[in-house]
Design a protein around this ligand. Structure first.
Ligand code: CTP
Length: 405
């Protein structure tokens, strides 16, 4: 189990860091909570000590014989600062060390995760943005704040993401994934689209969005700026991504086409409905007195993946498709997948064998990564984040090859 230093700065969102502490300790990690003086104005020392099961220290002159300003950073596997105020971001960017949090940031050689929370004006200020750029260039993972209700009655960017979301990024950093997507913009589509027949009924599919969300999370952990286009995704979406919510295949198409323009990679993990009703009724379709069921006429939706491949200029963005296949009399899962890869024209196809209801809604997944160069890499059954990282590893390699050519 890992040793985590959790720096907590002064802000109302400090209460969420209490929940984060709990997530870490329940998973068996050791947590040294380091609240700043102002953090203690919001959540008291007793709470931190009770939740972490350890004494809590704020200043560099407490327990000096233990040399805490050096020891904490040196022994940490991960340093998390949540919430990180504009003030602490500025001090960290400037390399200042006037409290135990900033001292620890200078002595730590492990991954560092900072989750800013502040009012929108402070977050958007050029000084704060420049500090975030500096910190990211130095390898610090700074997750973008969430958009929503702030401390007062106002709303905007600046909310601390949910503790579960910060926790997920922290776990990825602890797992030691490389930061090979820093400076890259990637687009992930997730979930299943719906085609409404009337205000209450739709044609849909069983895609949960779990794999797409795992992909977005993994890309954030590897340092990418991520646009997640989510179609009816029921699970909570990761911190630090730009979220675009869509319902129908057409909405997904518009959002993906727009986002792909500035993307280095697009991963089409979503399951778009292949057909939509020719007409959508504005009123709920009623049962008929004669017991006759209505006939719904369908029209085929455009294949977004094929369109994206056709629209790109040169080799950018790298495009990854998914294929849910079953073997049949005409060929094996891989035979069908190879034909699909050729048809779609993307670089990589993630092939899931969906015979017997595998994959949908489950936390784990196995797949074959089929490449346009003919290779087939098996990713054995594991949590969907394992497959997500295997995909990004391949994408990062393709991107670096593109760069060198
Ligand atoms: N896809 C897409 N637009 C669609 C349908 C699918 O972009 N209208 C993408 C999916 O996101 C996925 C890939 O295409 O990445 C494979 O989808 P699939 O439905 O398996 O492909 P189809 O061409 O519809 O093949 P099949 O005939 O096997 O259904």
């Amino acid at each position: 189990m890992s040793e985590i230093v959790l720096g907590v700065c002064g802000g109302v969102a400090a209460y969420k860091a209490a929940l984060l502490t709990r997530l870490f300790t329940e998973a068996g990690h050791g947590v040294a909570v380091v609240p700043t003086e102002s953090a203690l104005e919001f959540v008291g020392r007793a709470t931190w000590e009770a939740l972490s099961g350890r004494p809590v220290q704020t200043g560099v002159f407490e327990n000096v014989h233990e040399v805490p300003h050096v020891r904490l950073g040196q022994h940490a596997d991960l340093v998390v600062v949540a919430p990180a105020t504009a003030n602490t971001l500025a001090k960290a960017a400037a390399g200042m060390a006037d409290d135990l949090v900033t001292n620890t940031l200078l002595t730590a050689r492990c991954p560092v995760l900072m989750a800013p929370a502040m009012h929108t004006e402070m977050w958007e200020h050029a000084a704060t943005q420049a500090n975030v750029v500096t910190l990211r260039e130095r390898g610090v993972t700074v997750v973008d704040p969430a958009v929503g209700r702030l401390t007062g009655s106002d709303t905007g960017a600046g909310r601390l993401p949910d503790p579960e979301q910060i926790y997920a990024v922290a776990l990825a950093l602890l797992a030691g994934h490389p930061r090979d997507l820093v400076g890259r913009h990637v687009v992930v589509t997730a979930g299943g689209t719906r085609e409404y027949l009337d205000p209450v009924r739709f044609l849909g599919n069983r895609s949960s969005g779990l794999q797409g969300v795992a992909l977005a999370e993994a890309a954030v952990a590897r340092g990418a700026s991520v646009t997640l286009i989510a179609a009816n995704v029921a699970v909570s979406t990761p911190a630090g991504v730009e979220l675009v919510e869509v319902v129908s295949t057409e909405e997904l198409r518009v959002a993906a086409t727009e986002a792909a323009r500035s993307a280095d990679a697009v991963v089409m993990a979503a399951a778009p409905a292949d057909f939509r009703p020719v007409a959508r009724s504005d009123a709920k379709i009623k049962k008929r007195a004669d017991g006759q069921a209505p006939t719904i006429e369908l029209v085929e939706n455009p294949d977004i993946l094929v369109e994206l491949v056709g629209q790109r200029t040169g080799e950018s963005p790298v495009i990854v498709g998914f294929a849910a296949e079953t073997g049949d009399g005409n060929g094996s899962v891989l035979d069908h997948a190879r034909a699909k890869l050729a048809r779609k024209g993307c670089e990589l196809l993630v092939v899931n064998d969906v015979s017997a209801g595998k994959v949908f809604g489950r936390e784990d997944n196995e797949a074959v990564l089929l490449s346009s160069d003919g290779s087939a890499q098996e990713v054995p059954l594991a949590h969907k984040s394992v497959l997500a990282h295997a995909i990004w590893e391949r994408v990062a390699t393709l991107l670096s090859e593109d760069r060198n050519s």
